[in-house]
Design a protein around this ligand. Structure first.
Ligand SMILES: [Zn+2]
Length: 381
């Protein structure tokens, strides 16, 4: 069994359902310490975070990942135990096989190989691992980034090992992420009998023109390689169930995925103004889950592109800003250039989550090649 396969299996066998770490980070810290990394355990609330560094000068290259996984769902839906790693036909099955214990294991193996081959490398190689990526994401990387800001800790480059490949390993290089903003809109009316509308105020009728404008609006035409900003209504509810009652309130939840044309503040102001213009009696509450970020052309993108193209026999990866959010959203605002490279994401969060063993075994080499292109004297001088 190869080192990275062995380590991935050891991680899958620990049932680290968010925010539980189940000993994953302690095991990795021990390994990294043995390789010469300085390890700092940062526990906030019920969340474990690990900050491991090798070197003390700039530039700082961070490998970012999470040890937590989403719940497996019903055991009987799985062909083998979600926390009992099993290989069938060259594919490794288990919760976290793709998202993202394979990426974390590949990071650790690549880091060990790098410092063994270049013990006096210039710059700093660091790993940042959290056990709260899949959950609330409050005491995880968001909190660590706040600490780094207070300490004046600088990060130049960040590689996230989230499963970002689509059909085959290395076919996609993520170079940015859209921002995400959620809202709950409550429209207030007055409940009453449908036969006496003059004694009631119908919040559904009040809300419809507003919702019409909100959902029909074109927010922008996209931004660079980003798709246009989109608003989607996810839940809507009003009514008591009876056919003769005007409801007292209407509640709508919606989410915006937005490109760097907008900030959360500007979207909030725009939508508040729209509600006011419609004269609707309402309350709006917001949840901001991360501003967008974009990594422009530069050393990091170029190094990653070269390595992935070489791995795929010359075929350059698609450079994309699509998909959901990741913890890179908290590191990018520190001034870091961020990219994401990881295994194929087709099975993440599903039953029978898996990764091809051949992909897993190629992953440390890809990360190592990128690290070697960045942390060398010619680049840093
Ligand atoms: Zn993940």
């Amino acid at each position: 069994m190869s080192d990275v396969l062995d380590l991935t299996c050891e991680l899958i066998a620990r049932p680290s359902v968010t925010p539980e770490d189940a000993g994953c980070q302690a095991m990795l810290a021990e390994r990294l310490s043995r390789a010469g990394f300085a390890c700092e355990r940062l526990r906030f609330g019920s969340v474990d975070n690990l900050w491991a560094t090798h070197g003390s000068s700039g530039p700082v290259l961070v490998l970012l990942g999470h040890t937590d996984v989403v719940p497996p769902g019903p055991r009987e839906a799985w062909a083998s135990g979600p926390f009992a790693p099993e290989i069938r036909d060259g594919v490794l099955y288990g919760r976290g096989a793709a998202d993202m214990k394979s990426g974390v294991a590949a990071f650790v193996v690549a880091a060990e190989r790098f410092v063994a081959a270049h013990p006096d490398h210039p710059g700093t190689l660091a790993l940042l691992l959290t056990s709260d990526e899949e959950g609330d994401a409050i005491d995880g990387v968001r909190r660590v980034a706040q600490l780094f800001r207070e300490r004046g800790e600088r990060i130049d480059w960040c590689i996230t090992g989230e499963p970002s490949s689509t059909a085959e390993l290395g076919d996609l290089l993520r170079v940015g992420r859209r921002g995400s903003l959620s809202a709950t809109l409550v429209v207030h009316g007055v409940q009453g009998h449908v036969a006496y509308p003059e004694l009631a105020r119908n919040p559904v009728h009040a809300a419809l023109p507003l919702l019409g404008e909100l959902t029909a609006r074109v927010w922008d035409d996209g931004y660079g390689s980003f798709p246009p900003t989109s608003l989607q209504v996810s839940n809507i509810h009003a009514g008591t169930g009876a056919t003769n009652v005007v409801p007292g309130t209407l509640e709508v939840q919606f989410n915006l995925r937005y490109n760097p044309h907008w900030t959360a503040d500007r979207l909030v102001a725009e939508i508040e103004a729209m509600c006011t213009r419609h004269g609707v009696d309402h309350t709006l509450s917001w949840h901001r889950s991360g501003e967008p970020f974009h990594t422009p052309e530069g050393l990091l993108r170029a190094a990653a592109r070269e390595v992935l193209a070489a791995f795929r026999g010359g075929a350059a990866p698609e450079e994309s800003t699509g998909g959901g959010t990741s913890d890179a959203r908290f590191i990018a605002p520190l001034g870091a250039q961020c990219i994401e490279i990881g295994p194929v994401n087709a099975s993440i969060h599903k039953v029978d989550e898996h990764v091809r063993v051949a992909d897993l075994e190629a992953l440390p080499g890809l990360y190592l090649a990128i690290i070697e292109r960045l942390l060398r004297a010619e680049v840093i001088a």
